[in-house]
Design a binder for this molecule. Structure first.
Ligand code: SAH
Ligand code: SF4
Ligand code: F3S
Length: 480
């Protein structure tokens, strides 16, 4: 246990959520670094502990309360040592539950919603001076204008790939989802601010930019010409920035995959051949009940056009099983969709009723045991396709961006164009380089590879092998 210390105050931030949640954690650390805080990797060493929470499923939201239980012990121990430990709850649980968090867990000093992170130093000071503070306002001003830029050293320490939030919030209101309530209405950052942030990251040595947003392909920020730009146009602009070698964007909605964006996958070399495009279900009745605003045929049409533009594109998706009223036949439509597309990977979840969302009130909730059983079947199918996708890489050469050192000495971890993690024996000095790697094997969560002396950019992508894929067909007939 640490004793009374002087010197800079120490900060520990823990992320529980999506990529935007991780990005927000970095911005909070950057804002607090300006006030002299330094990050620590050990929670029991911290003076300020921030839990950046996620509300998307019940399990995610409940995790924070078990963590807060443990923090009670830590806070008491710090007090015995004559130290003050300030506990802040940030993120989407903070936004959704506000004061309720303090009622349930009095260990909490500060509750701060995602729109107030630029006020964090002030809020921490107030909480420490006056007692508990809750700030879950949706301010009218642009919080991004006030969020601090990290130092070049902090940027470099985070690796050769970086997230940039370009869009936040959602207007789609899928009937299962809390995001429109926790993140508010859609907001797109203007082009010039995004360009400036990417230029700064590229100057600090970042080679891959991952644009993020809850609905990133709905982005339509103001351009320097006074017009609203599309995401495709933004991607072309960012590709011009010296040092930017790779671009990706996530998470997209099938409805917002416009023709320009699909074409960019064929025409813009910096845009990596990979796309995460959640579909949720393969049954049109379920999609309609989810208010997804697309049907199965529409989704498969987007996939076909993407593959026409970029035949080697690696596709991934999100699925929900056991949405209220989902029948066994409808679930099988989802399995058939998985087989039709042959996803390189996918996340799948049991439907979790979220307070305040329409689907939570449905009387047709699917029993837990059924959800568990369907999830296992779906995951087996997804794993089968992901395994085939990865196995097809073995023996091939791929361009790998070496992002950060691996667990073992002399090892670097990088990403293939298709977003697979690849472990390679390479010097630490090669970080940030794009190197040719011969893929030698597959592990549980990553591939293994051997560094080649000369890049071979013309090497064919493994999954152009048509035998791996079936033709997309609509598994559920015509849409509504
Ligand atoms: N904006 C993205 C997804 C954001 S949330 C989209 O439109 O697809 C990430 C994933 O969590 C979703 O794709 C969905 O699969 C899952 N999810 C969201 N709410 C859920 C709920 N109530 N129960 C189970 N899974 C959920
Ligand atoms: Fe949630 Fe739907 Fe918006 Fe995605 S599009 S964030 S699933 S409401
Ligand atoms: Fe979770 Fe909020 Fe992200 S609910 S998934 S942290 S937007």
């Amino acid at each position: 246990m640490s004793s009374v210390t002087s010197g800079p105050r120490k900060l520990y931030v823990k992320s529980y959520g999506c990529q935007m949640n991780v990005y927000d954690s970095q911005r909070m650390a950057d804002v607090l670094a300006r006030e002299g805080y330094v990050e620590t990797a050990a929670p029991d060493d911290a003076d300020l502990l921030v839990l950046n929470t996620c509300h998307i499923r019940e399990k995610a939201a409940e995790k924070v309360y078990s963590e807060l239980g443990r923090l009670r012990v830590l806070k008491a121990a710090a007090a015995r040592d004559g130290r003050r430990l300030t506990v802040a709850v940030a993120g989407c649980v903070a936004q959704a539950e506000g004061e309720e968090i303090i009622r349930r867990a009095p260990v909490v000093d500060l509750v701060v919603g995602p729109q107030s992170y630029h006020r964090l130093p002030d809020l921490v000071a107030r909480a420490e001076r006056d007692g508990r503070v809750v700030d879950t306002e949706f301010p009218a001003d642009d919080k991004f204008d006030h969020l601090a830029a990290p130092t070049s050293a902090a940027t470099r320490a985070r690796g050769a790939a970086a997230f940039v939030t370009v869009q936040e919030g959602c207007d789609k209101f899928c009937t299962f989802c809390v995001v429109p309530y926790t993140r508010g209405a859609e907001f797109s950052r203007p082009v010039q601010k995004i360009v400036a942030e990417v230029e700064r990251l590229a100057d600090a040595g970042v080679r891959e930019i991952r644009l993020i947003g809850q609905n990133v392909n709905a982005w339509h920020g103001d351009g320097p010409d006074g017009r609203a730009w599309t995401l495709a146009r933004l991607l072309y602009r960012l590709a011009e920035i010296p040092g930017v070698a790779r671009l990706r964007y996530t998470t997209s909605h099938p409805r917002d995959m416009d023709a320009d964006l699909i074409a960019a996958h064929g025409n813009l070399p910096a845009l990596m051949p990979q796309l995460h495009l959640p579909v949720q279900s393969g049954a049109d009745r379920v999609l309609a009940a989810m208010n997804r605003r697309h049907d199965c045929a529409g989704y498969l049409d987007v996939i076909a056009r993407l593959k026409a533009a970029r035949p080697d594109i690696a596709l991934s998706s999100d699925f929900i099983v056991g949405f209220p009223g989902e029948t066994e036949a409808e679930f099988r439509d989802t399995l058939a969709l998985v087989d039709a597309v042959g996803f390189a990977g996918a996340y799948s979840f049991k439907y979790s009723p979220r307070p305040g969302t329409p689907a939570a009130d449905s009387d047709a909730q699917v029993p837990e045991a059924e959800k568990t059983e369907r999830l296992a079947r779906l995951q087996a199918r997804i794993d089968h396709h992901a395994g085939a996708f990865n196995a097809a890489t073995v023996g091939r050469t791929a361009e790998i961006l070496l992002e950060h050192p691996g667990k073992h000495a002399g090892q670097m971890v990088g990403r293939s164009p298709w977003m697979q993690a690849v472990q390679v024996m390479a010097p630490t000095s090669s970080r940030g380089q794009i190197v040719s790697v011969r893929i030698s094997g597959t592990g549980t969560n990553s591939l293994y590879g051997t560094l080649l002396a000369t890049p071979r950019p013309d090497d064919a992508a493994p999954w152009q092998d048509d035998s791996l894929r079936s033709e997309p067909v609509c598994v559920a007939g015509a849409g509504p």
